[in-house]
Design a protein around this ligand. Structure first.
Ligand code: CDP
Ligand code: MG
Length: 877
């Protein structure tokens, strides 16, 4: 990548894909309802319900209503047969009064930004406005969501509101969807739309694209906006305009509006005034260490002391959600007779896993409400706690005083991986006589608006994945959220009436320690998959791509390095030399292998593994393996023992049970067990063999839900493999036989080829610093100075082979390698040649699986600069 490259032009961005797209354009119909002709909808709000009454209409059959706009042009809109209660609900949404302004702005401008408080109706209403204005007539309306949960739930909600079925208002997420040929409005994750751009650069299937939740700054959203900034003018040139609507909650628009690289003309912003009720913010006077205990204490206190109204608690992850739910349910059970069966048990039985059964019984005394005088001892300046409320509000709720029955609490979890059934629950009213309490991750911050929340309890924490750009080590860390997020969270309390937000941290922490806005995701994560996809689209000069916020140079370089290693990119000669440093610069271009890799809906490493698997007739195994690797935490408890848990006998036994592989897969022998990835594969094979029964999963500590997810992914990946590789026609075989010895070895080589930069070697003389107990497990990697260790949950923990390849390093109590497989040193020159140095220089091209011709080369290699002496090998290339 060079600093002195010129600006990327539209032609460069489009590449030759543009032509392909044009062919599709001509297929699109014209006629009534062609979006370009629609002058706007007459603004008789709600009139469409009463006036049209198209009850005998066949679903999806359009009814055109002519009206007259101020400009006297005939207006066309499509009526919908909404149910009256839905229409009433819609009319209460602030965005409804802005419909005309929004639609006129969209009609007059190619790109429009709609900005409004969460809950104002952006996601549910704007697609309907466009539909009614005819934009779904000749092509579809796309609505992108950064989260899968939102894509599914919003498509269902919009279908219900429009009184249309999921055939017309559908969703598509990475591995599933219900899109049909009749689909008019398609909710999809941003990543899925990005894949579609790859196939059809001009997005000719769509007349309008709505990028929702742009403020979240998800990496795919950012790239899509960059691409769409070029696609929109191209579509205009082709005479088939595309409308782009960017929707955002918090007001941080300058990355979009004040970015001349992005849009040549600054897009207009339509602001939706919200009917937000006042929310009183209460800061804690001090910030507690244990925010979960504090959250529990605060919820109990609100419930016991404050009037009716739902409580929404923000914690950081699924486990915290479940743990808090269990404790609250135990404290304030909903009697089965009031319809609270679900709440009293789990409400999402398949999600709640063993947590509930493991939890000790909690007595009310374990979590006493702090005596008021303890709080009174603290500084008065921020004394803004519940007691203030007690006096001002008409307190009619039950108090938890001795001898009095406490009001039940209907506790529900909400996080992004929660099954659809669990998600839908939060929109329903709680059983009579109980108070609704939702324990959520930040998915409830802006994506989903839960009705009737009066109290928000904000831990101020968020779980974020951090990647070290150089080493590739990823860690999940709980950090303070941003001020913008905290304000969003508070806003959730004021949807239906005045509310209260209890911040479990002090105002000093909020002012001094919270960043104003979260750092966009693109700045925080590796970008190898994005670079590959962009290169595949013909965008070569990535440094000049109009990112709303550009990833930093280190990340771009690391991505390019990995893609070169994987053989997805080639260095192009002639090389450039910078005058000052005399440093040689290469530009890179995508290889045929890279193009194949880019077609798979998986990261480049897995794409490489799938490509190699084809050459070795191992596709069904690698498909199953990649599916298993894409699902987190297949084994209950084994993947993430904490230090204390490791001491626990039962955890040890579970691991031993796994390691000994009582798990039988139609006779697979233990000799193949040279890695965790083989265990994964074995688990999938064995589990499918017995029909994936919950009983089997429980017996072997396998998460049944994860296994079902793997099954879905296998089918999806099998379909993409069939589509990508010509002549391949795989089917998912539930009775897949275990791999032979030779195949199992080849599978480990394929894993090495995908993770060549993740090789580690056992340390001969590890220094005695640090944890002496762990010394014999110490390994050296290519990128880290300090030692890493095989994770105790690994089947390789005891074996400690000399060379291993790991999936990733997880930094918890130690730097732990996870997903470890044994590799042979003489595989390294062949599978990871670019990290080896050879005693005899190698001619180009470097040895690769796909190359033919035999040249013998003896060498001693040093691997990755660590001087690991490798045995002499014969290289074939
Ligand atoms: O996108 P924005 O945050 O502006 O609002 P929205 O998601 O369109 O939500 C508008 C309203 O619809 C909110 O009051 C939600 O509570 C309600 N809604 C609902 O009742 N059921 C759903 N499944 C989704 C939204
Ligand atoms: Mg929304």
């Amino acid at each position: 990548m060079s600093d002195d490259d010129v600006d990327v032009s539209m032609e460069e961005m489009g590449g030759d894909r543009e032509e392909g797209g044009q062919g599709v354009v001509s297929e699109e119909g014209t006629g009534v309802g062609q979006p370009g002709d629609v002058p706007g909808k007459i603004s008789d709000k709600g009139g469409d319900v009463k006036d049209m009454a198209p009850s005998q209409k066949k679903e999806g059959q359009k009814e055109y209503v002519e009206g007259v706009t101020a400009s006297k042009k005939p207006a066309v809109y499509i009526s919908l047969n909404r149910r009256s209660e839905i229409q009433e609900q819609r009319l209460r949404l602030p965005i409804l009064s802005e419909e005309q302004v929004i639609m006129e702005t969209i009609r007059e401008h190619p790109v429009v930004i709609v900005c409004g408080e969460t809950g104002s109706g952006k996601t549910t209403q704007v697609p309907q406005f466009l539909y009614e204005a005819g934009y779904a007539e000749s092509a579809m309306i796309a609505v992108t969501e950064p989260r899968r949960v939102a894509a599914i739930s919003m498509s269902q909600r919009v279908a219900t509101e429009m009184n249309l079925s999921s055939r017309l208002v559908s969703y598509q997420i990475r591995y599933e969807g219900n899109v049909t040929e009749d689909t008019r409005i398609k909710f999809l994750t941003d990543g899925v739309l990005l894949k579609e751009v790859q196939r059809d650069f001009l997005l000719t299937k769509y007349s309008a694209v709505i990028i929702d939740e742009a403020h979240e700054r998800s990496v795919y959203t950012d790239i899509l906006i960059g691409l769409l900034s070029r696609i929109v003018p191209l579509r205009h040139q082709k005479g088939n305009p595309l409308k782009l609507v960017i929707m955002s909650a918090t007001l941080r628009l300058k990355d979009f509006t004040e970015n001349s690289q992005l849009f040549k003309v600054t897009p207009p912003v339509v602001k939706v005034e919200s009917r937000q009720h006042p929310v009183t913010i209460h800061f804690n006077r001090r910030t507690p260490e244990d925010y979960l205990a504090e959250a529990l204490r605060k919820v109990c206190k609100i419930h016991r002391q404050l009037p009716e109204g739902g409580i929404l608690v923000f914690v950081t992850g699924q486990q915290e959600v479940h743990s808090l739910c269990c404790k609250l349910r135990a404290l304030f059970p909903v009697p089965a007779s009031t319809g609270g069966k679900n709440a009293a048990s789990t409400g999402d039985d398949d999600e709640d896993e063993p947590e509930s059964s493991q939890l000790p019984k909690i007595s009310l005394d374990d979590y006493p409400v702090l005596p008021l005088d303890e709080e009174a001892e603290l500084e008065q300046t921020e004394d803004d706690d519940l007691e203030t409320l007690d006096e001002s509000d008409d307190n009619t709720s039950l108090r938890g005083s001795e001898g009095r029955r406490e009001q039940p609490m209907y506790v529900l979890p909400l996080y992004s991986l929660l099954a659809a059934r669990g998600q839908a629950q939060v929109f329903k009213p709680p059983p009579e006589g109980s108070r609704l309490c939702i324990v959520a991750t930040n998915v409830a911050e802006t994506s989903l608006t839960i009705p009737n929340i009066k109290y928000v309890v904000d831990t101020g924490k968020v779980k974020t994945k951090f990647y070290d750009k150089v080493t590739g080590v990823s860690t999940f860390r709980v950090t303070n959220t941003s001020q913008a997020s905290a304000n969003q969270r508070a806003g959730r309390a004021g949807r239906t009436g005045p509310g209260h937000c209890y911040r479990l941290y002090s105002s000093a922490v909020f002012n001094d320690d919270f960043v104003e806005f979260a750092v966009p995701e693109i700045m925080r994560r590796p970008v190898d998959d994005l670079i590959l996809q962009m290169k595949d689209m013909g965008i070569d000069k990535i440094v000049n791509f109009p990112f709303p916020t550009a990833p930093d140079n280190d990340a771009l370089q690391a991505a390019e390095k990995l893609l070169l290693l994987l053989g997805a990119l080639d260095k192009v000669t002639p090389v450039k030399t910078t005058r000052r440093t005399k440093k040689v610069r290469y530009s890179t271009r995508i290889t045929p292998l890279g193009r194949t890799m880019a077609c798979f809906p998986v990261s480049p490493r897995y794409g490489k593994m799938l490509s190699l698997a084809h050459q070795h007739n191992l596709l069904p195994y690698v498909v199953a393996l990649v599916a298993a690797l894409s699902v987190q935490e297949l084994f209950v408890g084994v993947d993430k023992p904490t230090e204390e848990e490791e001491e626990k006998e039962d955890q040890k036994q579970r691991r031993t049970q796994l390691i000994r592989q009582k798990l039988t897969w139609a006779g697979a022998g233990n000799s193949q067990l040279l890695g965790d990835l083989m265990v994964l594969l074995k688990a999938v094979g064995a589990c499918e063999y017995v029909g994936c029964s919950p009983g089997f999963c429980e017996k072997y500590n396998i998460r049944h839900k994860a296994m079902l997810e793997i099954r879905k992914l296998r089918t999806h990946l099998t379909n993409s493999v069939n589509a990508v590789i010509s002549g391949v026609n795989l089917a998912v075989d539930p009775h897949m036989a275990p791999p032979s010895e030779q195949q199992a070895k080849c599978l480990r080589q394929i894993v090495l080829a995908g993770f060549g930069d993740h090789v580690a070697r056992k340390m001969d003389n590890p220094s005695a610093e640090g944890d002496t107990k762990m010394l014999k497990y110490a390994y050296q990697t290519l990128t880290l100075d300090e030692a890493v260790y095989i994770h105790p949950g690994s089947v390789m923990f005891k074996q400690r082979p000399q060379y291993v390849v790991y999936q990733y390093i997880d930094e918890t109590s130690h730097m732990y390698m996870k997903g470890v497989s044994a590799v042979e040193p003489d595989w390294l020159p062949l599978f990871v040649p670019s990290f080896c140095s050879f005693s005899k220089p190698l001619d180009k091209p470097p040895p690769r699986f796909s190359d033919t011709g035999r040249v013998v080369c003896h060498m001693t290699s040093t691997f990755g600069g660590h001087f690991w002496e490798l045995p002499a090998v014969e290289l074939e290339y």
